[in-house]
Ligand binder design. Structure first.
Ligand SMILES: Nc1nc2c(ncn2[C@@H]2O[C@H](COP(=O)(O)OP(=O)(O)O[C@H]3O[C@H](CO)[C@@H](O)[C@H](O)[C@@H]3O)[C@@H](O)[C@H]2O)c(=O)[nH]1
Ligand SMILES: [Mg+2]
Length: 197
């Protein structure tokens, strides 16, 4: 954390250091007009992550998961969130991590994954970015039971949803996870551009 021409870190205070680290920063930030302003900001660091949407070209289904999310429950929405398979990097390379996560959460093993882009999901408070992937799957690619690691508290239901239905669920609010919406839109855009060619 080196000072720059636009930021001087004057102090840090670790507020929580358990599964992730929540740190409070006291900084001087140089505004566009050149004036320095003191700011207090908190940042939550729990590493970076990966997410992937698999599509079956034969059935036109996407492979999604449903699992309980405590923060969603706290905010008052249906806490059984429908999401694209995802996980934290935990020191691994993104593609390698994604393959393992797909097997662990869904039981499906894929041969090829396409890396799309990396994106910050909550840049005002969380240091994490996600590496986004897409790929294809077929029912015969199932190699494990899936469901997640029970000893880590994971209790994941796997759902195969027709792409058209998933896009409808996104608009109705039944799918309200940002990484999943980004990936569904990517797939829809791709199909739209293919159908235009
Ligand atoms: N102690 C503790 N453990 C946690 C906590 N949150 C998660 N864990 C443990 O860490 C595991 C993380 O599982 P992953 O599959 O690697 O991550 P994820 O929770 O699915 O996270 C993915 O989705 C998030 C939400 O969209 C993303 O933010 C994240 O980057 C990743 O893509 C969980 O099963 C659980 O055991 C927490 O707050 N405290
Ligand atoms: Mg996960």
């Amino acid at each position: 954390m080196k000072d720059t021409e636009y930021l001087k870190v004057k102090g840090t205070k670790v507020l929580a250091n358990e599964w992730g680290t929540l740190t409070q920063f006291k900084v001087d930030y140089r505004r566009k007009d050149g004036r320095w302003q003191e700011q207090i900001r908190e940042a939550y660091d729990r590493g970076h992550g990966v997410a992937c949407l698999l599509h079956d070209p034969e059935t036109d289904c996407v492979l999604l998961t449903r699992q309980f999310r405590l923060p969603v429950w706290l905010s008052g929405s249906d806490p059984f969130l429908i999401e694209a398979p995802a996980g934290l990097l935990e020191g691994a390379q993104p593609e390698e991590r994604m393959r393992l996560e797909l097997i662990e959460e869904t039981g499906f093993e894929v041969s090829e994954l396409n890396h799309l882009f990396d994106a910050y999901m909550s840049p005002g408070s969380v240091t994490e970015y996600l590496a986004f992937f897409t790929g294809t799957y077929h029912l015969k690619n199932k190699v494990a039971v899936g469901g997640g690691a029970e000893d880590e508290g994971e209790d994941i239901e796997v759902v195969h949803v027709p792409l058209r239905d998933a896009l409808g669920m996104m608009r109705s609010g039944e799918i309200r996870d940002a990484k999943t919406i980004i990936l569904l839109q990517e797939l829809a855009l791709r199909q739209f551009s293919v159908s235009k060619d």
